[in-house]
Design a protein around this ligand. Structure first.
Ligand code: BTN
Length: 261
């Protein structure tokens, strides 16, 4: 086995070794933890200490998994993939990192399991109206930590999460190989991130639009300056902003909370 994967359990080491040539910048150093607070914190600490771009931090369980907008991310042992990647994108590439990652996670899940999923702006991965995976990008001056959480098995999620969440196994009705899902998602992020670094952004935005098709045309609600607004989600812009039609105008939402109605 290659030295990059020696700390990994067999379940992950074998599929990563088989996929190694396609893992690109993620083929060199993968760190495994049985339990952490948040893989994003571990990866962020390594990044601040100068870790190379491409460091991968994977945990079997998180005790303080974080989601977007201050939410928590339920991370029971063995039930999901909890992984964080250290990236050092240019300022231009950084703007589309989460869009590229959302597309890559749908690519990776499809390649590993055949399950077709779609994206919901900015980068939730959904199937049958339920959330299956989420992405949390946390940036500092010198790096971005890209955290990816994928529900693989049905688990004892808190009731508020259980009502809105699903998992790959629940959708397919059969067991899936967690290591293979991780390997294919890393290969897909490596490929899409490569496109981003080479300025091939059109292919990323086009792929995102295809995977978001079921969501476009739906009504969204958001708050701005203390007021609630609604509009029709029309598309995403080339920089990843959500384009919303409100009456006769369109406006762009760059980040923050959007509720899909
Ligand atoms: C979201 O949809 O709100 C984003 C969820 C991101 C969860 C992942 S799990 C691995 C990484 N570590 C964390 O604490 N969060 C991200």
């Amino acid at each position: 086995m290659t030295a990059a994967f020696t700390s990994l359990p067999e379940e992950f080491a074998s599929p990563l070794t088989l996929a190694q040539e396609r893992l690109g910048l993620f083929a060199h150093r993968v760190l495994w933890y049985a339990e952490v607070g948040s893989t994003n914190d571990i990866a962020g600490t390594f990044a601040e200490k100068g870790a190379d771009e491409g460091l991968v931090v994977v945990a079997d369980r998180q005790t303080a998994g974080r989601g977007r907008l201050g939410r928590s991310w339920a991370s029971p042992s063995g039930a999901g993939i909890y992984v964080s990647l250290v990236l050092r994108p240019s300022a231009t590439a950084a703007r589309l990192v989460t869009i590229a990652a959302g597309v890559a996670v749908t690519d990776g899940i499809a390649a590993a399991t055949g399950l077709s999923t779609h994206v919901k702006w900015p980068n939730d991965v959904h199937v049958s109206g339920r959330k299956l995976a989420g992405i949390l990008a946390e940036g500092a001056a010198s790096h971005v930590v890209l955290g990816i959480g994928i529900n693989v098995q049905p688990a004892a999620y808190p009731p508020d999460v259980a009502a809105r969440a699903t998992s790959i196994e629940a959708e397919l009705g059969r067991p899936v190989d967690r290591g293979l899902v991780l390997a294919e998602c890393l290969a897909a992020v490596a490929s899409r991130y490569g496109d981003l670094r080479e300025n091939r952004t059109a292919s990323i935005v086009d792929a995102w639009r295809m995977r978001a098709a079921p969501m476009l045309g739906r009504r969204v609600e958001w708050e701005s300056a203390g007021e609630r607004h609604t509009g029709l989600a029309e598309n995403i812009d080339d920089d990843g902003s959500l384009i919303v039609r409100v009456g006769g105008h369109t406006l762009r939402i760059r980040s923050g909370e959007v509720r899909w109605l």
